[in-house]
Design a protein around this ligand. Structure first.
Ligand code: CMC
Length: 456
């Protein structure tokens, strides 16, 4: 090791040119025991900049230290002012407003406005916003033909992901992501059109004619109409069900840097149009460990089928045969506040539709799991997906539609995250590093010289 590198050095590293120098105590002192060098790294908002580790080198040719963080367990990828979660305390807030208050008082469209613009709208702003969204609900007739081309049993989430991506071809100007007005127009279109595509995916799976939007209805009433209207001139949704859907949509609208939100930001960081980015985010949501969990929960409850079979099922979970779907969360190490509200909403829905026989299985599963050392010690609590599926089922929707019902409101969150990301001067194209563990350089051998294939 070079003598100079071994010498003790004190490197003062500024977090960013834009930030003020932190107080003397807001620093982290690092000693590199390989060299004996010391570094002082600023701590801002409880974080250090990973790029500052690059200053830590054994010699000038060294690439510099990296942090290795598979699945981003402890890496903040952005500074965000949208959603706050305190996972230990079970707190969720959108733009500072507690989720409980929004679920009680707000509507999905108002919440979407809040997420996108940062403030609750005045009554005039809300009326204008609702009017604009309502007048973007129709899609081009070619979209209808495109959706009709799917096989009769196509998964509605696959149809949604594909049709959202296809929307980009109808709005080529959406590629101009540098233009704020253009960005906002596409955001309105997406919030308005995703429910239409979602409802049509359902109608397709049922072999029913697609229902056009009804612009005289509220956002959720219109969605229910596009799902369920048959020959009647106007579909009249039960107000209790309309409100329950509104609450579910508010609860699902955003959840900070989850898998699909980071997919949205990551894809959006390439400056692709928002339809393409949102299709990628929806694809991330589709997975059973994310938004697909609500579908998996219902399958699990149906498989258990009877409260008497719950203890045996829990034992198999503990033995590692499979996971208890709808339980556990990367961030919440407490009861997911959304699950608590959804449980109450379920009661309101069941009062109209009748009680799901699987509710007893779910309640017993929760009761046993919350007392069991395996779940208690790992802080595994019901998450948002545990009870939502029971409501969707009570509304008469098939399990395959559940992740689609998650994607509709999450569209607002994805767009808020995307808008914040593309406007953030600190953001660049997302491009993680890797720790290469493969072969070192070796010479190519022509196939004729590689010998016969030896069976494994
Ligand atoms: N059932 C049984 N054990 C579990 C579960 C579960 N649902 N979740 C986590 N564990 C165990 C896991 O086996 C591990 O145990 P050990 O320490 O002995 O190896 C420990 O708890 C920690 O698990 P992890 O995999 O490190 O936790 P994670 O933060 O990576 O995973 C999760 C979070 C949500 C993917 C996971 O809890 C899970 O798979 N849950 C079931 C799927 C689900 O309900 N997903 C919806 C999430 S909320 C809505 C959304 O994001 O869309």
């Amino acid at each position: 090791m070079a003598g100079a590198a071994r010498a003790r050095t004190l490197t003062r590293i500024r977090a960013s040119e834009h930030e003020e120098a932190p107080m003397a105590t807001d620093t982290l002192s690092v000693t590199d025991n390989r060299t004996g060098s010391e570094y002082e790294v600023p701590i801002v908002d409880g974080s250090i900049r990973a790029t500052e580790l690059r200053r830590i080198k054994v010699d000038e040719d060294d690439f510099g230290l990296m942090s290795y963080d598979p699945a981003f367990l402890n890496t903040a990828s952005c500074r965000s002012a949208i959603t706050f979660i305190d996972g230990d305390a079970g707190i969720l807030r959108y733009r500072g407003y507690p989720i409980e208050q929004l679920a009680e008082e707000s509507t999905y469209l108002e919440t979407a406005y809040l997420l996108l613009f940062g403030e609750l709208p005045t009554s005039g702003q809300l009326a204008e916003w609702a009017d604009e969204i309502t007048h973007h609900t129709f899609v081009h007739e070619s979209m209808k033909r495109l959706m009709e081309a799917f096989r009769y049993d196509a998964h509605p989430m696959g149809m949604l992901v594909s049709s959202v991506a296809a929307l980009s071809t109808f709005y080529p100007e959406a590629a101009q992501v540098g233009d704020p007005e253009n960005r906002l127009l596409q955001a309105k279109r997406l919030i308005a059109k995703v429910p239409t595509l979602a409802a049509w995916a359902y109608r397709h799976s049922r072999g029913l004619p697609y229902v056009y939007p009804d612009n005289d209805l509220s956002f959720t009433a219109n969605f229910l109409s596009m799902l369920f209207r048959m020959a009647e001139p106007r579909y009249a949704a039960d107000p209790a069900l309309e409100r329950a859907l509104e609450v579910l949509f508010v609860l699902h609208a955003d959840h900070e840097q989850n898998c699909s939100a980071s997919a949205m930001r990551s894809i959006g960081s390439s400056r692709v149009d928002p339809y393409s980015a949102l299709a990628g985010a929806a694809a991330a949501l589709y997975g059973p460990l994310h938004g697909g969990a609500n579908e998996a929960v219902l399958r699990m409850l149906a498989e258990i089928g009877d409260v008497r079979r719950v203890p045996a099922y829990v034992e198999r979970v503990k033995e590692g045969d499979f996971r208890l779907m709808g339980f556990g969360h990367r961030v919440y190490k407490n009861y997911d506040p959304r699950a608590r509200i959804i449980k109450e909403t379920a009661d309101a829905v069941f009062a109209v539709t009748g009680r799901s026989p699987l509710l007893d299985v779910a309640l017993e599963l929760e009761r046993i799991a919350l007392e069991d050392e395996y779940f208690v010690s790992r802080k595994l609590y019901p998450n948002v997906d545990f009870y939502s599926g029971l409501i969707y089922e009570a509304l008469g929707l098939p399990t395959a539609m559940f992740p689609v019902l998650f994607a509709i409101p999450r569209t607002a969150g994805w767009l808020a995250q995307w808008l914040e990301g593309v406007d953030d001067p600190e953001q660049k194209i997302a491009r993680p590093r890797q720790v290469y563990v493969g072969e070192d350089e070796r010479d190519y051998t022509p196939v004729r010289d590689r010998g016969a294939l030896v069976p494994a």
